[in-house]
Design a protein. Structure first.
Length: 372
C-alpha cells in the first residue's frame, strides 16, 4: 500500500510538471514559485469537494465559496498578513486571481464577503475536515516510527477571559471569606486530577473539558527566562517527515500535559505509530500508561522534582529522542512561512481556522516534497 501511495504521488507530480504547468503558463503567462506551490497544494487538498452547494436555497445567493476557500489557501501559501492584503494581490495578480477562480477583477468579492465566508469556514471547521481527510488518504496505510508532541504559543489581539467559576468553587470561595484563615489542606485521596479522569473518558468528552478561551500563558524559553503572552496554545502531533497529524487549540494557561492524552487518542484514530516523543512537560505516569495502552512506546524526558532528580535517558532512548525536533521545525515553519505570527482574528474558532489553513498548506507542501 505504501508503494501505491508513492506511485500516486509520483504520477501527481508528473502530471503537474509535464501537462498542467505548461498549459497554465500558456493561459496565464509565466508562473512564479508561489503560483506553482499554490497549484500543487490545491491539487492535493481538493478543497472544493468540502464546500456545500448553495443552489436552490432560500434567501440571497452567496458568492462562490469555493473560490474564497482557495483564496484563503493562497493567503497561507503567500503568507499575507491580512485579508485586505490578500484582496489587493488578487486584484493586481491576474495569475493568482485566476488560479483561485475569478476571471476578472470585478468578480473579486468585497472584504466583508471574505469575512462572512471565513466565519462560516470556522463554524463548520472546514480546514480541520480537509486536513483529517488528507492525513487519512496519505498516511493511514503508512507505519510511522515517531510521533513528536509539543505546543507553541499563539499570541492574539484580544482581551483575556476570566475563567468561569463552578458552583462548587463559588461556595468554597464564600465559605473561605466568612471562616477564619486555616492552613491549606492537602488534596483528598478521592480527588482526581484531569489527567486521571481522562484515562476513563471518551475523546469528545476530553476535548469538551479543555478550556479554549483567551488567557495569559507563561513558559520558560531555551535561555531559562520566563516569557508570557496573551492568547492560546496550539498543540501538535507531528510524524516523521514533518507532517502534522493532529492539531488542538487550547487556552494559553493550560499546561501541556493536560492535552497529551486527547492528542494521543486523536492521533491513534488516524495513523499507526510506534514511539511517542515528548519533553519534560509531559512527564507523568498516567501519560506513559495511556501511551502503552495504545500500543506505543513512550519516550519522555524526565523532569526534576523537589525530592527526585531527573533521570537520564538510556542511550537508545536518547538517540530516538533527537527526532523530536521535527515538531519544533513544524512550529517554526508555521509561524515563519504560513501565517502563524499574523493572527488578526478573535475567538477560538476563528483563530483555529486561521491556523488550520496554514497547517493545511504546510502538510500538503511537505507531502509533495517527500514524494519521489
Amino acid at each position: 500500500m505504501q508503494n501505491i501511495l508513492l506511485e500516486t504521488l509520483a504520477q501527481f507530480g508528473s502530471i503537474l510538471q509535464d501537462r498542467l504547468f505548461p498549459r497554465l503558463e500558456e493561459e496565464l503567462g509565466p508562473l512564479s514559485e508561489k503560483h506553482r506551490q499554490l497549484v500543487k497544494v490545491l491539487g492535493l487538498l481538493e478543497i472544493d469537494r468540502w464546500i456545500p452547494s448553495r443552489r436552490g436555497r432560500v434567501g440571497r445567493p452567496q458568492r462562490d465559496r469555493c473560490a474564497i476557500a482557495r483564496a484563503f489557501v493562497a493567503k497561507a501559501v503567500c503568507n499575507f498578513g491580512t485579508t485586505s492584503a490578500l484582496r489587493d494581490h488578487l486584484r493586481t495578480d491576474a495569475a493568482l486571481r485566476r488560479i483561485c477562480g475569478w476571471e476578472s477583477v470585478r468578480r473579486v468579492p468585497d472584504e466583508s464577503v471574505f469575512s462572512r465566508a471565513f466565519a462560516d469556514f470556522a463554524e463548520t471547521e472546514l480546514a480541520q475536515q480537509v486536513h483529517a481527510a488528507l492525513i487519512v488518504k496519505t498516511q493511514a496505510e503508512r507505519l510511522i516510527g515517531h510521533v513528536s508532541r509539543d505546543s507553541t504559543a499563539i499570541a492574539v489581539r484580544e482581551r483575556p477571559v476570566k475563567p468561569p467559576e463552578t458552583a462548587e468553587e463559588s461556595r468554597e470561595k464564600a465559605a473561605r471569606a466568612k471562616a477564619p484563615r486555616k492552613p491549606r489542606r492537602s488534596k483528598k485521596p478521592c480527588e482526581q486530577t484531569r489527567i486521571e479522569r481522562q484515562l476513563l473518558m471518551t475523546l469528545p468528552a476530553m476535548l469538551t473539558e479543555l478550556p479554549r478561551y483567551c488567557a495569559i500563558g507563561c513558559k520558560t524559553n531555551s535561555h531559562g527566562r520566563k516569557e508570557t503572552w496573551r492568547g492560546y496554545k496550539l498543540h501538535l502531533d507531528v510524524a516523521d517527515g514533518q507532517i502534522p497529524i493532529s492539531c488542538l487549540l487550547t487556552s494559553a494557561s493550560l499546561h501541556d500535559s493536560q492535552a497529551a492524552i486527547p492528542m494521543a487518542t486523536l492521533t491513534a484514530t488516524r495513523v499507526t505509530s510506534l514511539y511517542d516523543l515528548m519533553d519534560s512537560a509531559y512527564d507523568s505516569k498516567f501519560i506513559r500508561q495511556h501511551s502503552r495502552g495504545l500500543g506505543h512506546v513512550p519516550i519522555i524526558d524526565s523532569q526534576a522534582r523537589r525530592f527526585k532528580p531527573a533521570l537520564p535517558m538510556l542511550p537508545h532512548e536518547a538517540n530516538r529522542f533527537r527526532e523530536r525536533t521535527t515538531v519544533e521545525r513544524v512550529n517554526a515553519r508555521l509561524k515563519d512561512e504560513f501565517g502563524g505570527r499574523n493572527v488578526r482574528v478573535r475567538g477560538a474558532l476563528k483563530v483555529m481556522a486561521h491556523l488550520m489553513f496554514g497547517i493545511l498548506v504546510l502538510t500538503a507542501d511537505q507531502i509533495v516534497r517527500l514524494s519521489p
